[in-house]
Design a protein around this ligand. Structure first.
Ligand code: PMV
Length: 327
């Protein structure tokens, strides 16, 4: 065990074929495999030290003492079990998500926590094994262990549900323009939203079948560096995920009026010959998938409706790394 904080940096990722539903809520085994792109802009630095002087785990987020919630506790419990220790941990976490971004940071947060905690506990794990530990904090964190295009194999047990790199560095020219439409925590968490969709949407079985097809097709598109096929699959997959929220009982949605406006802008740009596509997650923010050549056109169109501080352009980003104390 280390006598000082061990630090890791992980970047967030956006799913192009989404994970939306658990087969096992405790182990966080998903209903379907998913595929994402890790981004360069948004990341979390987390330092962990196991300290026998501590009588409880202690978590600081951006230097403010924070409650150790169930997800953090789960992740730490797995690390302690693997390392055969009972010692409590000091955790310091810094989120580098631009103030205005309001993006979910659980993917980068749990990938960084799992990596720093495993190293601090003296474990030497492969990245696939690290992804299994990150998964116990938050499903999407499984994929943030790797950079570029990443697949999370659903599997059917703790050791068969892990992430694998599909392409890093990414060969095709692909960017994501994030349109930030809400900075507040979402009213319906992804955890609640996906559970309600699995339990009550009559379309859930169809979603699972379609997501499996989307995964095969998007991997082929990545291999062929076919940007338009990647964008098209990502957009249709996202809308089919959101159809599960509208068809749940009670129905709910993550769209707001601005999300619809942003999606409308993307569609009209496309009708006029600009190759761009959108995706959305468990919140109103819209992410536009595009190529460098079209970035300026898209941003100009967005500026007619949204202010500059709402728009962040991202490129593919790297996998998790152990870093020096960043403070
Ligand atoms: O694991 P969570 O709670 O971050 O859920 C992620 C759900 C989506 O972002 C909507 C889809 C995905 O695959 O990341």
């Amino acid at each position: 065990m280390s006598d000082q904080l061990v630090w890791a940096r992980a970047h967030t990722n956006i799913a192009l074929v989404k994970y939306w539903g658990k087969a096992d809520a405790k182990l966080i085994i998903p209903q379907n495999s998913s595929l994402s792109l890790t981004l360069d802009h948004f990341y979390t630095d987390t330092g962990v030290q196991f300290d026998s002087q501590l009588s409880a785990d202690q978590l600081f987020i951006d230097d403010v003492l924070a409650p150790v919630d169930e997800k953090v506790a789960n992740c730490l419990a797995v690390v302690r079990q693997l390392a055969g220790i009972k010692t409590h941990a000091l955790i310091r976490s810094y989120n580098h998500v631009p103030n205005a971004a309001g993006l979910a940071s659980s993917a980068s947060a749990f990938a960084a926590l799992a990596t720093a905690a495993c190293k601090a506990a003296g474990l030497t794990l492969s990245k696939a094994e690290l992804s299994m530990v990150a998964r116990r904090g938050s499903g999407s964190a499984t994929r943030s262990i790797f950079g570029g295009f990443v697949e999370w194999h659903a599997g059917d047990s703790d050791t068969t549900s892990f992430a694998q790199p599909i392409e890093d560095p990414v060969q095709m020219d692909i960017k994501m323009i994030t349109v930030v439409l809400n900075r507040h925590p979402k009213k319906i968490s992804s955890r609640m939203g996906m559970q309600s969709s699995v339990n009550t949407s009559p379309y859930y079985a169809a979603w699972k079948q379609q997501a499996a097809k989307d995964l095969v097709n998007i991997k082929a598109a990545i291999l062929q560096a076919n940007f338009n096929m990647v964008g098209h699959i990502a957009e249709t997959n996202a809308m089919r995920m959101h159809a599960l929220t509208l068809s749940a009982d009670p129905s709910f949605t993550y769209f707001n009026a601005d999300s619809l406006e942003a999606m409308h802008i993307v569609k009209s740009l496309r009708e006029n010959g600009t190759n761009c596509y959108f995706t959305m997650d468990a919140g109103p923010n819209v992410k536009i998938i595009c190529q460098s050549k079209d970035e300026a056109t898209i941003i100009n169109a967005l500026y007619r409706h949204f202010t500059e501080d709402k728009i962040v352009v991202c490129k593919p980003g790297p996998g998790v790394t152990i870093i020096k104390d960043p403070r």
